[in-house]
Ligand binder design. Structure first.
Ligand code: ATP
Ligand code: MG
Length: 431
């Protein structure tokens, strides 16, 4: 009995990346890593799966991620595991389990897949790539400024500075937030019935500050007259934030104070920020491309000593969506064996072509071997690979120790002695 072939579709919200797109992602990631290295950050890698507990404790049970977006499953030993929805919790878990929290500061960057069960749309996927940095164990406004400056330089490196705006806010210290949470709750309770269901649920869960994050227009209208966290900051928290803004100004980094910016996770405190897309025609704000802030309580929350931290993460797909920068592409050369004659000659020409291709690659050139059943098909292949040159190798060339080089964008060709072939393709040696 024959089995009917069944086509299996990719999982909703996931993507397959082929060279044209993946090369751009890799180019962007490399650019960010190189800027982070200049700031003294080193690479770190943690697992994609973590114990579910890690995210309940770090992100908070009331966060959207924990409430609605996690990919959680039981393994065969009945352990509850979660595909990481973000990178910071894993890095801090790793720091503590390796005992590294006592010999900081640590400055690390990471890159990899994150998973969130969200409604797929422009720049929003269920598996997506983040590049993030964490500055662990060094307190103070200058560290915040340095980390924001790193974010800015990363965006500059991929030509995105004029496509984004920096939004910044402070969540203050514990006491500031406690005070503010109380007055905000009193205010919101008065409007409870008019708030969106999402915001009402946030109130029920005690996640009062997250209501400020609401994407619902009516909620935002109600919030216009809400009390501001800025008015409830302790003197020390206000001073700290003034120093951050002063530091940014000293570096010429423009920022907008956005007192509705709260970030959706429990672990943030003090400075929070986002670089958001600026729509070219209207100047309207679009999607967030990079976001982060201070998270001074997270290390303690996960069982370590109180440790000040600041970091950010950027969505690689969103950066690629906005950046028009293309990865450099090398000049492609097609090596084309012209196989005619008896089978011994055909084999000799084919082997010769493979050797010539290898010699060119050894000298740093990018080479496609375009073998095939006809010259027409071989030249079509060279065209598909977007080659600029074809190195034609037939029986004559084999005997004369030469190659016929065809310029595929111009109508010209040259016979080149084989020992000079690699140098022929060096830009300075081109005729
Ligand atoms: P948003 O408000 O767009 O949902 P977020 O606040 O949930 O973003 P963060 O948790 O701060 O996002 O993650 C940092 C960055 O990761 C975001 O600024 C964005 O660029 C990217 N990102 C977040 N969620 C997704 C997703 N589902 N698909 C693609 N990129 C994402
Ligand atoms: Mg989100």
């Amino acid at each position: 009995m024959s089995k009917k072939a069944l086509q299996v579709a990719a999982v909703r919200g996931t993507r397959d990346l082929w060279p044209s797109e993946l090369s751009k992602q890799l180019h962007v990631t490399k650019a960010l890593a190189s800027v982070a290295s200049r700031y003294g950050f080193g690479p770190v890698q943690t697992p994609t799966i973590e114990s579910t507990d890690l995210f309940h404790r770090s992100l908070g049970d009331g966060s959207d991620i924990v409430m609605k977006e996690m990919y959680t499953f039981q393994d065969n030993s009945q352990n509850s595991l979660t595909l990481r929805p973000e990178g910071t919790a894993g890095v801090i878990r790793s720091l503590i389990s390796s005992g590294l929290q006592y010999n900081g500061p640590h400055k690390v960057f990471y890159q990899g897949s994150m998973f969130r069960y969200e409604r797929p749309q422009r720049g929003r996927y269920r598996e997506f790539q983040q590049f993030g940095v964490e500055h662990i164990g060094s307190a103070g406004p200058s560290t915040d400024v340095d980390v924001i400056s790193l974010a800015r330089d990363c965006l500059q490196e991929i030509d995105l500075l004029d496509r984004v705006s920096l939004e910044i806010n402070t969540l203050g210290c514990h006491e500031s937030r406690l005070r503010y949470r109380k007055v905000l709750e009193e205010f919101l309770e008065k409007y409870r019935a008019d708030l969106s269901i999402d915001s009402q649920q946030r109130l029920d869960r005690g996640s009062v500050l997250r209501v400020l994050d609401s994407k619902c227009d009516n909620d935002q209208r109600i919030l216009e007259s809400a009390p501001r966290l800025q008015q409830h900051l302790s003197d020390a928290a206000r001073q700290r934030f003034d120093d951050v803004q002063g530091g940014l100004a000293a570096l010429g980094i423009a920022s907008n104070l956005n007192d509705g910016l709260v970030r959706g996770l429990d672990y943030y405190s003090h400075t929070v920020f986002e670089f958001v897309e600026l729509k070219p025609e209207t100047g309207a704000k679009g999607i967030a491309v990079l976001a982060g802030g201070c998270y001074d309580d997270l290390v303690a929350l996960l069982g370590g000593p109180a440790t000040p931290c600041v970091g950010w993460a950027a969505g690689i797909e969103r950066l690629c969506l906005l950046s028009t920068q293309q990865p450099p592409s090398p000049t492609m050369i097609a090596v084309v064996p012209i196989a005619a004659g008896d089978s011994a000659t055909v084999t000799a020409v084919r082997h010769h072509a493979l050797r010539v291709a290898k010699a060119l690659r050894d000298k740093g050139h990018t080479v496609h071997v375009c073998d095939g059943s006809s010259m027409k098909k071989q030249m079509k292949m060279a065209d598909t690979f977007q080659c600029s040159f074809a190195v034609l190798l037939g029986e004559d060339e084999l005997h004369n120790d030469t190659a016929t080089v065809k310029h595929l964008h111009e109508r010209q060709q040259h016979v080149v002695p084989l020992p000079e072939l690699a140098a022929y393709f060096k830009p300075s040696a081109l005729p």
